[in-house]
Design a protein around this ligand. Structure first.
Ligand code: GLN
Length: 200
């Protein structure tokens, strides 16, 4: 029985919940998906998704709800997490001038520097087939004003590139993606997250 959380403050949370359920079904894994709105919802989670949306807004809501500290502790203790798009921005240790200008507090979980809104404006969203390390076939990746991972260091390693820039990285049991795997019918990236949960 796996207990997966989806941060549900703003943004694409319901799509991630559906994707996690589908991924559990594909894996033949029993489990439940919890909508995380406050620190109490983090109790007993085996993994957590930080969805896309607006990183500025999500950061403010994380501060207000008192979840910055508890999420940092969970990551430090090895709980698998996946941040997509705005979630990827929040997982970074360093942001760009836009992050600084808006005074956005990052969770700072991963050894990487990100630039926001680097893949076009909303109407220029696009889909492409992306080669991802660890997946046997290309992944249909949907980009919606996603961040670019400009640089990663330490234990943070790129798993996929687009236009010469890293768009998916892994650091231990933490994954960060510039794109939106919850908008594809392909559930292999959500399964990757579930596979990082130690089975007892
Ligand atoms: N532009 C958003 C941000 O940086 C991310 C967009 C998204 O999550 N689709 O917060």
């Amino acid at each position: 029985m796996i207990r997966a959380g989806v941060l549900t403050l703003q943004g694409a949370a319901p799509e991630h919940a559906l994707s996690l359920r589908a991924a559990m079904r594909e894996e033949g894994q029993e489990g439940e998906v919890v909508a995380v709105r406050g620190p109490d919802d983090l109790e007993g989670l085996d993994c957590l998704v930080l969805p896309g949306g607006e990183s500025t807004t999500i950061a403010k809501l994380l501060q207000r709800s008192g979840m910055m500290g508890p999420i940092r502790e969970m990551a430090a203790s090895g709980t698998p997490m996946m941040g997509t798009c705005a979630g990827c921005v929040l997982m970074a240790k360093q942001g760009d001038d836009e992050v600084k200008r808006t005074g956005t507090e990052l969770l700072g979980l991963m050894d990487m520097r990100v630039s926001r809104n680097r893949f076009g404006r909303q109407r220029e969203s696009f889909e492409c087939r992306l080669e991802v390390e660890g997946l046997d076939r290309a992944f249909p990746a949907v980009f919606i004003r996603g961040p670019v991972i400009e640089e990663c260091w330490g234990r943070c390693r790129p798993l996929a590139y687009f236009d010469g820039k890293a768009v998916m990285v892994r650091q231990g049991s933490l994954l960060a993606l510039s794109f939106h795997p919850e908008l594809s019918t392909d559930k292999r990236i959500h399964r990757m997250l579930l596979d990082m949960v130690p089975r007892t």
